[in-house]
Design a protein around this ligand. Structure first.
Ligand code: HEC
Length: 171
């Protein structure tokens, strides 16, 4: 008797989960990108080398810009929700497509944080590089990118403070 009950319960759980899975597919995410204005875009405005452009596009732009490329699994809930959440949050923190709309102090702060994240291996996110292998940055690419971001920094006081903090990493 107990065994049968257990069986029914497990079957019910599986069926219920399956039904939930089907139902949530109705809640699709919006995969339309907001418009991109080149006059505001980080790459279009600052014109870095092709090497830096490739690194930024491969490793950052899917989340931190209005040029996200949505993969096939962005059609499958709940993964799609999780993905959209990341993009929303990332754009809120730093949107390279809106770069020129940031006041200079904010730009400087975003540059500083980006450098820190890259050096510490926090960005791009592991959950992203796990699937997007071309977003994995080797040491040379990391340095190419951080050197470039550093060259755009304008607030000298902060810059010196940071350089001092990271002294052991520099040559
Ligand atoms: C898979 C999406 C994704 C990719 C790719 C990605 N980020 Fe992020 N990033 C996020 C999310 C989500 C947050 C906000 C939550 C957090 O800080 O972890 C964030 C936060 C940040 C922040 C703010 C951190 C802070 O403490 O204020 C910076 C700066 C940043 N990312 C830079 C970058 C740079 C530079 C790249 C490319 C080398 C990159 N990110 C790649 C998703 C991403």
């Amino acid at each position: 008797m107990k065994k049968i009950l257990k069986k029914i319960t497990l079957k019910k759980v599986i069926v219920t989960l399956f039904v939930i899975f089907i139902v949530i597919q109705a809640f699709r995410i919006d995969t339309n990108n907001p418009p991109v204005d080149p006059a505001k875009d980080f790459i279009a405005v600052n014109k870095p080398t092709q090497e830096v452009v490739t690194i930024l596009k491969n490793a950052c732009y899917d989340c931190h810009s209005n040029e996200s490329v949505y993969p096939w699994y962005s059609n499958i809930a709940p993964v799609s929700w999780w993905l959209k959440d990341h993009i929303n949050e990332a754009r809120h923190e730093l949107n390279f497509s809106e770069w020129t709309t940031y006041p200079s102090l904010k730009q400087d702060k975003k540059l500083r944080k980006s450098i820190k994240e890259i050096e510490e291996g926090g960005m791009p996110l592991d959950s992203y590089t796990w699937i997007h292998k071309n977003a994995i940055l080797n040491k040379v690419q990391q340095k190419t990118l951080t050197d470039y971001l550093n060259s755009l920094r304008t607030h000298e006081a902060d810059k010196n403070k940071d350089n001092h903090e990271h002294e052991e990493h520099r040559d």
